[in-house]
Design a protein around this ligand. Structure first.
Ligand SMILES: [Zn+2]
Ligand SMILES: [Zn+2]
Length: 342
C-alpha cells in the first residue's frame, strides 16, 4: 500500500517535506481487529507536535493520522462488530487496557496503557490500516467520508471539552482561539445550550467574522474585555497569553478548560502576569483535556448527525500531505484539512 511516513523528528521551518511517500506491506487484522481501506484522513495540529518532537512518537518510521474514515474490508478471526463494506471512523484512541479503574468507568482516555492512533501505531495517512474493532465507530449515513474525518478529532475532543466545562444552559461560554475544534464547538454549544451566549477571542479578523457568522454574540481580540462575565471558557490556542486573559474574564466559580496536548514555549513568560486575586481567587478552576474517550466519539457522531454539523473542509491528495501540514502550521485555516485517499 501507499503511505506517507515520518522517518525523523525535524523542524518544519527547515524541512518542508517531513513525510515521504513509500510502499508498505498491507497490514493484516489480528484477532479482534478489522482492516479498513482508508477513504479520508483529517490533518490535525497534533501531527505538527509529533513531527517537531513536542510529542515525539515512541518509534519511527511511523504513519501519522488519527481522523480516519474508510470501509471495512476484512475482519480479524474473532472480530464480529462490523461487516465488510461498513463505513467506520477511527479517532485518537486506538486501544486501552480495558480493566483498570479508569477504563471501567468510561475514562479510557486516562488509562496508563492508552495507545494513540498515528502516534503509538500506524494511522491513516495510508491506503489501509488495522484497528481493534472496539475503537472503530460506524459513521452516520448523513456524512461523506471527507465530512466525517474532522469530526473524529477536532469534533470529538471539542465535545469532550464542552462536557468538561460543566456548562448549564443559559450560562456564558467563552472560546479562545477559533480553529478547527472551536468552529465545531460553537455549533455544538448552540444546539445543546440554546440559551447560552458564546463569546469568541481570536487574533485574526477573519476568524472573528467566521465566529459571528456561526452565532457568537461577541468576538474580540485576546485582551478585549467581553461585555459580560463568563462562567466557562475553552482554550484551543497553542499559547499562554490567552490563558491569563481568559482567567481574568471568568466569573466567580468559573472553569477554564484547556484543550491542548502541548503548549508552545514561545510566550511562557506571560504567565508572570498571573495575579492571584484577579485570575485565580474566588474558586476559579483550570482543567486540561487529555486524549479522547470512546464515549466522546460515539456520542459526538450521533449528535453531529442530529444537528447536523457539517465541517468546512479543504481537500488534499495523500501525496500532498506535506503541503497540508505546512498550511496548517502557517495558519492558513478556514475549516479543516482532509487528505482524500483512493
Ligand atoms: Zn487531532
Ligand atoms: Zn485501562
Amino acid at each position: 500500500m501507499k503511505a506517507m511516513v515520518l522517518r525523523e523528528i525535524c523542524n518544519l521551518a527547515e524541512n518542508r517535506n517531513p513525510l515521504a511517500l513509500v510502499d508498505l506491506p498491507d497490514p493484516a487484522p489480528a484477532d479482534w481487529e478489522i482492516l479498513v481501506r482508508v477513504s479520508a484522513c483529517g490533518v490535525c495540529h497534533t501531527e505538527l507536535d509529533e513531527i517537531e518532537g513536542r510529542t515525539a512518537p515512541p518509534r519511527l518510521p511511523l504513519v501519522l493520522g488519527h481522523q480516519v474514515v474508510g470501509r471495512v474490508v476484512e475482519l480479524g478471526p474473532r472480530s464480529e462488530r462490523f461487516e465488510p463494506g461498513d463505513m467506520v471512523g477511527v479517532g485518537w484512541i486506538y486501544s486501552s487496557c480495558g480493566h483498570c479503574p479508569f477504563c471501567l468507568k468510561g475514562e479510557d482516555n486516562l488509562c496508563e496503557e492508552f495507545r494513540a492512533t498515528g502516534q503509538d501505531v500506524n494511522g491513516g495517512y495510508a491506503q489501509y490500516m488495522t484497528v481493534p474493532e472496539d475503537s472503530a465507530f460506524k459513521i452516520p449515513a448523513a456524512f461523506s467520508a471527507v465530512e466525517a474525518a474532522p469530526l473524529l478529532c477536532a469534533g470529538a475532543i471539542g465535545y469532550r471539552s464542552l462536557r468538561l466545562t460543566g456548562l448549564v444552559d443559559g450560562q456564558n461560554l467563552g472560546l479562545t482561539g477559533f480553529g478547527a475544534s472551536a468552529h465545531l464547538v460553537i455549533q455544538l454549544a448552540r444546539h445543546k445550550f440554546p440559551r447560552s451566549k458564546v463569546f469568541v477571542f481570536a487574533r485574526s479578523e477573519k476568524e472573528r467574522e467566521f465566529a459571528l457568522e456561526l452565532g457568537a454574540v461577541w468576538a474580540g481580540e485576546t485582551e478585549d474585555q467581553p461585555p459580560e462575565k463568563l462562567q466557562a471558557v475553552i482554550d484551543t490556542t497553542p499559547a499562554w497569553k490567552p490563558i491569563v486573559w481568559a482567567l481574568k474574564f471568568l466569573d466567580r466559580g468559573g472553569r477554564l478548560v484547556v484543550n491542548a496536548i502541548r503548549k508552545e514555549d514561545t510566550d511562557k513568560d506571560y504567565l508572570l502576569h498571573l495575579d492571584y486575586p484577579a485570575h485565580l481567587w474566588m474558586e476559579k478552576e483550570i482543567k486540561s483535556v487529555a486524549n479522547v474517550a470512546r464515549r466522546d466519539i460515539r456520542e459526538f457522531l450521533e449528535l453531529a448527525a442530529e444537528i447536523p454539523i457539517k465541517p468546512g473542509v479543504q481537500e488534499f491528495r495523500l501525496p500532498e500531505a506535506n503541503r497540508a501540514l505546512l498550511e496548517l502550521k502557517e495558519r492558513k485555516i478556514r475549516g479543516a484539512k482532509v487528505l482524500v485517499i483512493d
